[in-house]
Design a protein around this ligand. Structure first.
Ligand code: NDP
Length: 444
């Protein structure tokens, strides 16, 4: 049994039932074998055992009162996974599916993603099993204030800087920030994704979706290809999906399908993004409405059918494990050429294998969706420097970072003899920097 296999086995035994965490760890660790072959000193320093164990896990109760006076209790989480290269950084997710396993898988991924951005940020993640859907603004505020009343003592601009994720957008960040400031009496860059009127950065909202398209565009450009005239499928209709759609359309692509957790819309003429935005961002409604408003479009209940629509490019931007082996086979059979992950771990391990075997250009989440956290780091830089950069300036930096990530993962894959395998490339390139920083800092 190799060192990596031994640590993976231990991880599964010591963290029973954490299936998402096991999945992410398996995907990452098995690709790191060549690094450990090259660096036997890592095993002696128990580097991998330390890497997979969070530095700190914070679990807390979040009591809040609904509009009818009923008391509810949710679970709150913050996993401060690794601070070797900078303060913990990673989003907060509010969704009923949140549990420790989900937060740990996201945190582990985040360490390598943040490393790939080239910015000085460590890895963390947090959230709650609270469901914001259908709640009034007052209920959301009550929940966020209660959540922050515990979280505030664990975070800080040089310690841990949370941001948004599923179910946590501008509204939630505003309420969380307001409560932090009230308790801590400090107006600092303790959260990113803040509104522009209180310390946020231009382009942060757009960054994950734009970044996803920028890195895919670079992969295309190097193959003499582009988004022009491509048929694209985007799953989800939240923050990442909307801005991926906007950027892909601006580069001449035709986005024909999107979904929310109830079902998907297909519009052969190309999705009218302003209609999606009105429904999802302004009205906080369901995507089903689109079909009622746009003649010629079709709504189908259930999400899975979206992957049977023929496309050149698939951009999964909703949630984990939304593409399984069967979905991947449909995509391949229908001629997909590029798959780039906007969501975290949207493809199962079997789906990734299917894409690899078929020779599809596959850009994994930790590289492809790193634009959001990279721009969060730019927000942190602006906050501490009391600066405010223009849209064009931030957008250019984002684009440069995404192109840099592509070349970095491509070079790492080549260096270890896995040309074109960007899963290997992303894991290795992200890990090398973290490993180097951990070794330099001794056994901590
Ligand atoms: P949002 O909450 O804005 O949107 C999530 C979208 O995904 C919604 O359309 C939602 O549908 C859909 N969705 C959620 N769960 C499911 C499910 N189980 N099945 C089908 N659809 C589902 O989140 P974001 O856009 O911010 O995040 C999307 C993904 O991108 C996540 O994996 C996140 O971790 C990742 N990501 C986000 C970043 C960011 O900057 N926001 C940065 C990097 C990664 P519904 O409206 O019905 O809930």
């Amino acid at each position: 049994m190799t060192y990596v296999e031994k640590v993976l086995k231990q991880l599964k035994e010591r963290n029973p039932g954490e299936k998402e965490f096991h999945q992410a760890a398996t995907e990452i660790l098995l690709t790191l074998e060549p690094v450990f072959d090259k660096h036997p000193e890592y095993e002696k320093a128990a580097l991998l055992e330390r890497f997979v164990e969070p530095e700190r896990v914070i679990l807390f109760r979040v009591p809040w009162i609904d509009d009818n006076g009923n008391v509810h209790v949710n679970k709150g989480y913050r996993v401060q996974f690794n601070s070797a290269i900078g303060p913990y950084k990673g989003g907060l997710r509010f969704h009923p599916s949140v549990n420790l396993s989900v937060i740990k898988f996201l945190g582990l991924e985040q360490i390598l993603k943040n490393s790939l951005t080239g910015q000085p940020i460590g890895g963390g993640k947090g959230g709650s099993d609270f469901d914001p859907k259908g709640k009034s603004d007052r209920e959301i505020m009550a929940f966020c204030q209660s959540f922050m009343t515990e979280l505030y003592r664990h975070i800080g601009p040089d310690t841990d800087v949370p941001a948004g994720d599923i179910g946590v957008g501008g509204r939630e960040i505003g309420y969380l920030f307001g409560q932090y400031k009230r308790i801590h009496d400090e107006h600092t860059g303790v959260l990113t994704g803040r509104g522009l009127s209180y310390g946020g950065s231009l382009i942060r909202k757009e960054a994950t979706g734009y970044g996803l398209v920028y890195i895919t565009e670079e992969a295309m450009r190097l193959r003499g290809d582009s988004f022009e005239g491509k048929t694209v499928i985007i799953s989800g209709s939240g923050n990442v999906a909307i801005y991926a759609c906007e950027k892909a359309q601006s580069l001449g692509a035709k986005v024909v399908a999107m979904y929310d957790s109830d079902g998907y819309i297909y519009d052969k003429n190309g999705i009218q993004l302003e209609v999606v935005r009105k429904i999802k961002e302004e009205e906080r409604g369901r995507i089903k409405e689109y079909a009622a408003r746009v003649p010629g479009s079709v709504y189908t209940p259930g999400c899975k059918g979206i992957w049977t629509i023929p496309c050149d490019v698939a951009l999964p931007c909703a949630t984990q494990n939304e593409i399984d082996a069967k979905d991947a086979e449909s995509l391949v059979k229908n001629g997909v050429k590029y798959v780039a992950e906007g969501a975290n771990m949207p493809s199962t391990l079997e789906a990734i294998d299917t894409f690899k075997r078929a020779g599809i250009i596959f850009l994994p989440a930790k590289a492809a969706n790193a634009g959001g956290v990279a721009t969060s780091a730019l927000e942190m830089a602006q906050s501490s420097g009391r600066l405010f950069w223009s849209s064009a300036e931030v957008d250019q930096k984002l684009k440069d970072i995404m192109i840099g990530i592509y070349h970095n993962i491509d070079a790492a894959a080549k260096k270890y003899g896995f040309d074109g395998d960007y899963v290997m490339g992303a894991n290795i390139a992200g890990f090398e920097k973290v490993a180097d920083a951990m070794m330099a800092q001794g056994i901590v």
